[in-house]
Design a protein around this ligand. Structure first.
Ligand SMILES: Nc1ncnc2c1ncn2[C@@H]1O[C@H](COP(=O)(O)OP(=O)(O)O)[C@@H](O)[C@H]1O
Length: 175
């Protein structure tokens, strides 16, 4: 198992409920910080890292092991912004910071409706946001001092989130 080299850039995890605004933020972050954006859902789809298909929720079930084998060499190099709507199965050592994007339920509902999610999938994701499931998962899976909550509803939120992550990176470089 290889460790991240001491002079490498850090790896940052951006997580949150689907529709909360992860991709919107990651795209901007990756281009402004000059990090690589690793969208796990996209990588899984492109490489067929799929165990089976969940008909009820109309979504593929991720083969976590295959995804992690794929990511491991990239993570060793550092400088990645990893995006995924879950966070408890990644090795804790991969990430120097974990940011959880959150969004008010009404906005989230509208965004997921726009994606044509079926009613069951839509309700389950909105409930996930109401209960703060991903935030709790992040706090259970990583040290509390590296887990931060961000808002993903408005452009002003995105602006603030960019500032927060950039400030975190500035402080990290000073260490
Ligand atoms: N901060 C924001 N301000 C305005 N619109 C946003 C913001 N974040 C996301 N959106 C919009 O909400 C929708 C879902 O965002 P997306 O980033 O794809 O969510 P996720 O990656 O978490 O599934 C997209 O149409 C996106 O343009």
């Amino acid at each position: 198992m290889s460790e991240i080299s001491p002079d490498a850039k850090p790896n940052i995890l951006i997580t949150g409920t689907p529709g909360a605004g992860k991709s919107y933020l990651c795209e901007r972050l990756a281009s402004q910080l000059k990090f690589d954006w690793l969208d796990c859902s996209k990588i899984a789809k492109e490489n067929d890292f799929v165990e089976e298909y969940d008909e009820e929720y109309d979504c593929p079930i991720l083969d976590e092991e295959k995804l992690m084998d794929h990511l491991e060499p990239l993570m060793t190099k550092g400088g990645n912004i990893v995006e995924y709507h879950g966070c408890d199965f990644f090795p804790e050592r991969w990430f120097q910071a974990v940011f959880v994007v959150t969004c008010p339920n009404k906005t989230l509902y509208d965004r997921l409706k726009e994606r044509n999610y079926n009613e069951k999938k839509l309700t389950s994701n909105v409930q996930c946001e109401i209960f703060g499931t991903i935030l709790e998962e992040a706090r259970d899976s990583y040290k509390s001092d590296i887990v931060f909550q961000l808002k993903g509803e408005t452009k002003a939120d995105a602006h603030m989130s960019l500032k927060t992550v950039k400030n975190w990176y500035r402080m990290w470089k000073r260490k």
